[in-house]
Ligand binder design. Structure first.
Ligand SMILES: [Zn+2]
Length: 96
């Protein structure tokens, strides 16, 4: 299921904060069978990590971001599946 543009931005910035390899763009297969995200080679990105334990998180991003919804709890507007503000509050209360 695609994630919203807002969620994608959150995920991307968390990835950069944690100094993970982040490829963000349009996924295409080249004629030689290799994959690229925009201009960046997926193969080269993976090659740098070969032999290491990794997590690979991939998601489609919802096109044309859906209508913003208003959270019934806090009144914030959000465009994902749940209110970003309330989710962050819950995360803070629960701890990391
Ligand atoms: Zn909320």
């Amino acid at each position: 299921m695609p994630i919203s543009r807002h969620e994608a931005r959150e995920l991307t910035s968390r990835g950069y904060e944690m100094r993970a390899t982040v490829l963000n763009g349009t996924l295409c297969r080249q004629q030689d069978g290799t994959w690229v995200v925009d201009e960046r080679s997926v193969d080269e990105s993976l090659q740098a990590l070969e032999g290491q334990q990794v997590i690979l998180v991939v998601s489609a991003i919802q096109e044309g971001a859906g209508r913003a919804r208003v959270c019934p709890v806090c009144g914030s507007e959000y465009d994902g599946y749940e209110c970003t503000h309330c989710r962050q509050v819950r995360r803070r209360l629960r701890g990391p």
